[in-house]
Every structure is written in C-alpha cells, then in structure tokens.
Design a protein around this ligand. Structure first.
Ligand code: SAJ
Length: 421
C-alpha cells in the first residue's frame, strides 16, 4: 500500500525539514506540533528555526497545499514521531514527549498504518512505544504480538543530519531502518524512498537505536581525546594545535579539534543513553562525557589567569577596570543555536563572576534577548576588540575567521578554537 498522507509529529529541527522533504515530493503532509505559535508560523509558509534552504522549501510546500500544520493529529497512512528526548537531572532518558505523542496519535490510528520513531532514543524505546500504542488501542494488533501480520507497523529510523546541512543530508545520507519485523522495515524503506537518495539499510529496532547512539558517542569520545590533550598541553607548555597537526600527518591518526567543550542537543546528550542502560560497562563513554563537560571550567580558569597576568602588568588598574570580551555564544560555528552551548555557559559564568565590564559578540544573533548574559552587553566585533582588555574566543564563526589577523594582535587572548595558530 502506498502512502497518500504522511503525518509528522513534532515540527522542530528534524520534524519540520522531514515534513518539508516529503511535501516537496508532492506528498500530502500533516505536521503536528503542540505549540500553536509554531503551527501558525508554518501555516503562513514561514519557519521558526534557522536552517539554510528550509524556508524556501516550507514556503513552496505550504503555498502549493502539500504541507499543513495543526495542533491535533488527524488520520494518516504513516506517522513519524520526531519529538525531543532529553535526559532528566540524573542523566536518565526522559521519554515523556514520546509518550505524549503516542497519546495524541493512538485515537486516529487505523489498520495498515505505519508508525516510525525518529527521535534519538535509548535501546528498547521503540518496543516501549509499541507497547504504549497497543494498550491505547486494544482493537488493533501490533508487531510485538502479531508479528509480520500486525495491523500496525512500527520501526525506528533515527535521523542523522548535521545542523546547518539538514536539507542536503536528509536526501543524501544513508538511512538506518530498524523494523520491529521485516515487513515493518520493508514498509519504512518504501516510505523513505520518497526522498532519500542514500542507501536505506535494514536492521532491527534495537540495533538502529544503538547505532544512532554509537555514532554520537564515537564523536564525543574522539572530541574528549582532543580536549584532554589540550589540557595536558596547556600544563606542559605545548601548542596543542601544532601538536595535533603534526600527529595527524601519521597515515592512521586523525585527531579531532579541541574546543571550549561539547554542545548541541545530540552529542552532549546521547552518550548518556548508553551509560544509563549499562553504567558498569560504559566506562570510556562516561569518562568522555565528563572530560567534555569539564572543559568549560578549564577555560574559565584560563581566563582568570589571563586577568591576573593583566593586573600584574598594569599595576595602576584594579579588577573593576578590566573589561572582558567573549566572542561567540552558539554551540558551534556559523549557527545561532545556543542549546547546551559551552560558549554560552562560559560567557554566563564570566558575566556573573567578573567585577568589571563584560561584553559579547554573537554575529548570528544580534538581537539576543536581554539578560541572556545578565548585565553583559552585546557589541560589534570592532568595538569589543578595541574596548576590552581580556579576549575570550569561544566559537570559530566565519566573521571571526575573517579577522584572524586582528585576533592575533591581541595580547590577552584565550583562544579555545585554535583560530590563531
Ligand atoms: N566539536 C569539537 N571539536 C570537533 C568537532 C566538534 O569541539 O572536532 C564540538 C562542536 O563545537 C560542538 C559539538 O562538538 O559544540 C557538536 O558538534 P558536531 O558538529 O560534531 O555535531 P552536531 O551536534 O551538530 O551533530 C551531530 C552529528 N553527529 C555526528 O557527526 C556523529 C549529526 O550527524 C547528528 O545527526 C546530530 O549530532 C544529531 O542530531 O544527533
């Protein structure tokens, strides 16, 4: 059976681009979000997030009548659940958004429907989702009980797109399709083939869940190695950027870049889903998380040392006279996303603790809401460079790269990204 109507539950950084990708292939798409404002913006053909090319695709899809948003689910042939899966205070995964999505779609499910969990999830979450659906709809059969012949098909197909390149990677990346049965997988492949040009590789739901977590944990562990090296090199008075450049000349060595820590809603979160299921076994993965979470505090210590050196060299000044400038607040270069951003955390701590003026520069969000950094004020790059005594480079945005010569002239610079090599 082909898919006439597709419903995407959760219209965020993944759900909205996915809905738009189906609609661009002339599928009828019903986007569902709990936020009325989000729904209204999309129905106007506009978007509420920053992602290159997404605005054009959404605008065309809405204007041509292929994409419509609503707050309450309607019948469809396939449901893609793309809601957040954060962790709780104790690093345990919080599946309440998936549970809420299940409660919302269960009443409109009918025989023959396909339900796909796209949200990054701990191992076992897809089976749990199927159990929740089954208890909400005892009149329908599900794969865990009826196997290949179930009324409803269920699969896990994790998204793997890189923020900033979502529209291209959605189409080009290979897709892991974890079906609860082989017919669930077959139907999911048929659905994704609508727009995916990469390979759709079939596995079971648990392996697909673990695959997504593994990809992000792999990256986290490798960044932790680079971050640990940066702290060691600081102690041993070695330039870590030069060191990594030299080591990477070995044909089988490829070290990632140190930074102020690891941010974003994926890499800083997903490894905990492995740790929480197997705490006694996931030692390296847990340590990597701790190393990366510790890095912002190391940067703050470096800034404090830089302020002390400045005061020792300028005996006529006291701490209240010292102005600190923070360059970049986003979690990585050339985006406006502040979620889990180590740069933001560092700048906030400096703003709270420093007795003198603090200014910041964030070229990707010049309208940052007042108070995001307390009394600290946003200013232009040139003004910050001129006015501040202590400079903290936190994100390697293009605007900063373009001014690398000016950064290299700054005497008191903490360069967390190795911009000035
Ligand atoms: N970072 C470093 N050093 C590096 C690379 C990255 O410090 O050498 C930092 C960045 O500054 C940032 C963080 O790591 O703070 C994460 O950035 P990222 O570009 O590595 O990844 P994300 O979070 O934007 O997207 C990741 C991707 N996963 C992998 O590359 C394995 C993406 O493909 C996933 O779809 C996404 O997570 C997700 O949604 O899970």
């Amino acid at each position: 059976m082909s898919f006439e109507t597709i419903s995407v539950i959760g219209l965020g950084y993944i759900g909205l681009p996915t809905a738009a990708a189906f609609a661009a292939r002339k599928k009828k798409v019903i986007g569902v979000d709990v936020n009325q404002q989000t729904v209204d913006i999309i129905n106007k053909g506009e978007i509420h997030i920053v992602e290159p090319e997404l605005d054009m695709v959404v605008h065309a899809a809405v204007t041509e009548g292929y994409l419509r948003a609503t707050t309450s689910p309607e019948p469809a042939d396939a449901f893609l659940v793309a809601v957040p899966t954060p962790f709780k205070e104790n690093h345990e995964p919080d599946l309440s958004y998936i549970q809420a999505a299940v409660d919302a779609i269960a009443p409109v499910l009918k025989q023959g429907d396909l339900v796909i969990l796209e949200s990054t999830s701990p191992v076992g979450a897809t089976e749990m989702m199927a159990e929740w659906l089954a208890s909400a709809r005892p009149d329908l059969t599900f794969p865990q009980d009826a196997g290949e012949n179930s009324d409803i098909s269920v699969a896990h197909c994790p998204e793997r797109v890189l923020p900033g390149h979502v529209m291209r990677e959605l189409v080009e990346n290979d897709r892991i399709v974890g079906g609860m049965t082989s017919s669930c997988a077959r139907r999911s492949v048929e659905l994704y083939r609508t727009f995916v040009e990469g390979e759709c590789i079939v596995t079971d739901a648990r392996t697909a869940e673990m695959c997504k977590l593994t990809e992000n944990a792999f990256r986290d562990v490798n960044i932790a190695f680079a971050n640990e090296l940066s702290v060691i090199c600081d102690k041993l008075d070695i330039n870590v950027w030069e060191l990594i450049g030299l080591a990477n000349r070995h044909p089988r060595v490829s070290i990632l870049q140190p930074g102020p820590g690891v941010g974003g809603h994926c890499i800083a979160v997903d490894p905990w889903f492995i740790v929480s299921r197997t705490p006694e076994l996931a030692k390296l993965i847990k340590t990597a998380r701790e190393v990366n979470d510790d890095k912002p505090h190391r940067v703050i210590d470096q800034v404090k040392i830089s302020i002390q050196e400045y005061l020792q060299n300028n005996l006529d000044k006291n701490i209240k006279d010292v102005c600190v400038a923070c360059y970049g607040l986003a979690f990585k270069a050339d985006i406006d996303d502040l979620r889990e951003s180590p740069a933001l955390l560092i700048a906030q701590k400096i703003a709270q603790e420093h007795a003198g003026d603090v200014v910041f520069v964030e070229p990707n969000d010049e309208q940052l809401s007042a108070g995001v950094l307390g009394a600290a004020r946003q200013c232009a790059l040139s003004e910050a460079m001129e006015k501040a005594d202590i400079h903290v480079l936190l994100v390697d945005h293009k605007e900063f790269n373009d001014n690398v010569d000016k950064f290299s002239e700054l005497e008191y610079l903490t360069d967390t990204r190795g911009l000035v090599k």
